[in-house]
Design a protein around this ligand. Structure first.
Ligand code: GDP
Ligand code: CA
Length: 320
């Protein structure tokens, strides 16, 4: 069996732990297509927060409490940068983490595409699944906001998603999100091929607005999911109206989508009616949810450990 997973950072990484456990049990092959909309350059370094969350988590090197960055991290570089007054100061760059960004940046500057760099970094981390960025091209999620800085004539300005999320804690009047560069982006090598031979496509319980949507914004990628042979099953990131952890509720509010398993399921829509999903897994407390043209099934969705998460994956397989 071949499984492709569309994934963001922390939620995607935890979900992939369960997918990998399930795949080992049944002998399946897993490809993760990871969001790059959060990527940014800081202090001259190319940083890929979601790819790193997935790589460190699957490689056993992630900080379990923070959920992002490296375990046993130290912060000397951050303190030294602050001593220089080097902006921005709101993004945490750990010392161990910096090594990853240094290797990545020199490879990118040497002309390697992000997919090749990701493969090279994975040689160390051995994530046990194939990690692919959604695209090798520049695609950045920006938030269009009012206030908090110099604005255009309409009073609005665009800020990078990381500034919106980390610096403003998503707490600033926000009009919409744009995926800068998406129009000209192409799926990374291997993405369309993986979707074209997948038996199952899983949409991780990642943030639908800023993790899954930017993946699908790459021209040709959504089409490859829609036309592929694999059934598509999504896992709700919302349980009983709550985003479990993180601020997905704030992102959904920007789009005017209700923060519920039904709201997100309907936003994704049914594949048979031009949307994304064949199946939608919701939590038992959301068991009455309906989505037109989508098979909805209730099962526990708390990713407390690998076994519980692997059970979610089995439920997704059985659903279709
Ligand atoms: P990020 O890129 O690091 O923000 O991570 P993702 O976008 O991949 O995942 C974040 C989302 O995961 C959050 O918005 C939550 O809704 C969801 N999430 C986190 N933990 C759980 C869990 O245990 N179960 C489910 N169903 N969703 C979760
Ligand atoms: Ca992210």
């Amino acid at each position: 069996m071949r499984i492709v997973v569309l994934a963001g950072g922390i939620g995607g990484a935890r979900f992939l732990l369960g997918v990998r456990a399930y795949a080992r049990r049944v002998g399946a092959e897993v490809t993760a297509v990871v969001n790059v909309g959060d990527d940014l350059y800081l202090h001259g370094l190319k940083i890929c927060p979601d790819l790193d969350s997935v790589m460190y988590t699957l490689g056993g090197g992630a900080d379990p409490e923070r959920g992002w960055g490296r375990a046993d991290e130290t912060w000397t570089v951050k303190a030294e940068l602050a001593a220089y007054g080097a902006e921005p100061t709101w993004f945490g760059l750990g010392d161990r983490d910096v090594a990853t960004h240094l290797v990545r940046t020199s490879m990118i500057e040497g002309g390697y595409p992000l997919s090749a760099v990701t493969g090279a970094l994975a040689t160390r981390w051995q994530p046990g699944v194939r990690l692919l960025p959604a695209t090798d091209d520049r695609l950045e999620t920006h938030a269009i906001v009012s206030g908090g800085g110099p604005a255009g004539a309409d009073g609005q300005r665009a800020i990078h998603f990381q500034e919106w999320w980390v610096r403003h804690r998503a707490d600033i009047p926000t009009h919409r999100f744009v995926f800068v560069g998406a129009d000209a982006a192409k799926p990374a090598p291997g993405v369309v091929e993986a979707l074209g031979t997948a038996d199952l496509v899983l949409v991780a319980p990642s943030n639908p607005v800023v993790s899954i949507a930017p993946i699908l914004a790459v021209p040709g990628l959504r089409e490859a999911v829609a036309a592929g042979p694999g059934r598509v099953v999504g896992v709700s990131p919302i349980i009983g109206g709550a985003p479990v952890r993180g601020m997905a509720d704030r992102c959904l509010a920007v789009l005017g989508v209700e923060c519920s398993a039904e709201g997100v399921g309907r936003m994704y829509g049914g594949r048979r009616s031009g949307g994304l999903l064949d199946g939608w897994l919701v939590a038992p407390e959301d068991g009455t949810v309906t989505v037109p043209a989508v098979t909805v099934r209730a099962t526990p969705l708390w990713m407390t450990d690998e076994t519980a998460t692997a059970d979610m994956v089995r439920a997704a397989v059985e659903l279709v």
